[in-house]
Write a protein that binds this ligand. Structure first.
Ligand SMILES: Nc1ncnc2c1ncn2[C@@H]1O[C@H](COP(=O)(O)OP(=O)(O)OP(=O)(O)O)[C@@H](O)[C@H]1O
Length: 254
């Protein structure tokens, strides 16, 4: 299932935050969105997952995401956003069960299949023992994993992740990226850790001040020149001698 965003623009008052951005995620591709704080990554993602109405168009396969209803879109598109606070308290199991909502009729109750999908999702993120805990009592990283479990229970065909590894220690950063990669569906993810972006992404879009200024495979984008220009950090790129992957040695800020 391919995502096609064409000529997206978002303005707040008179400030242009996203400026004529076009991007594509091919079927089963893991695509990263990178760029400094405030460059418009979250705003761009929100305009794709319907929190903000942009100018331009967004298609997920043949579905026009801007014109379709939220319920229709939520059958196909899963989202892990940046902030996961709740005013009302739910248990962890109730939170994850919400992932089943798009697949159910108005008065349809949860059935055995829903319970087993929810149990499996909790198990995958190592939170089976937390099922009866209050969501609001969890740490930031635990909340993040509950939100991922909810998305897994939703069984989406495409995933948008906004800083999915925020709050997570290194084990869970790797675990979450491995879990979503194994889903084998298209993924568009805003990521701050450039080394993880290099390791997990098939393709990258690099943003600065609301615009995509470069796109390509990680080796083409994570260069000394582009990182310097976009993040104002001097660095050297090397091959990690242990993993063979791309390494970035940060030297100083400009
Ligand atoms: N509702 C809004 N009204 C006014 N300005 C906004 C609004 N939402 C975002 N902005 C501004 O738009 C700019 C881009 O914000 P956005 O959250 O998209 O950046 P980001 O690249 O995701 O940043 P970060 O890496 O810090 O999460 C910021 O300057 C932000 O203050």
């Amino acid at each position: 299932m391919e995502l096609n965003a064409r000529h997206l623009s978002v303005s707040f008052s008179d400030a242009d935050i996203v400026k004529d951005v076009s991007l594509k995620v091919k079927s089963k591709q893991f695509v990263g969105l990178i760029g400094p704080n405030g460059c418009g990554k979250s705003t761009l993602l929100k305009s794709i997952y319907k929190v903000i109405k942009p100018r331009g168009e967004v298609f997920l396969a043949d579905t026009d995401l801007i014109k379709s209803s939220p319920k229709e879109v939520s059958k196909k598109l899963g989202v892990v956003g940046q902030f996961n606070e709740l005013s009302f308290d739910f248990t962890v199991r109730e939170m994850v069960m919400m992932g089943r909502t798009p697949h159910k009729g108005l008065l349809e109750t949860d059935n055995d299949k829903d319970y087993s999908i929810v149990d499996e999702a909790l198990h995958k993120v190592n939170l089976a023992a937390y099922a009866s805990r209050s969501y609001n009592s969890l740490s930031g990283g635990e909340k993040q994993r509950v939100i991922l479990a909810r998305v897994l229970a939703q069984q989406p065909e495409f995933l948008i992740l906004d800083e999915p590894t925020n709050h997570l220690d290194i084990k869970y950063q790797l675990q979450i990226l491995n879990i979503v990669r194994k889903l084998n569906i298209g993924i568009l993810a805003a990521l701050h850790d450039l080394t993880l972006a290099a390791e997990y992404c098939d393709y990258l879009y690099m943003m600065k001040k609301g615009e995509v200024i470069a796109s390509g495979i990680p080796e083409e984008i994570l260069t000394k020149e582009l990182i310097g220009r976009v993040f104002d950090v001097n660095c050297e790129i090397y091959r990690n001698p242990v993993t063979g992957g791309l390494g970035i040695a940060y030297l100083e800020t400009y």
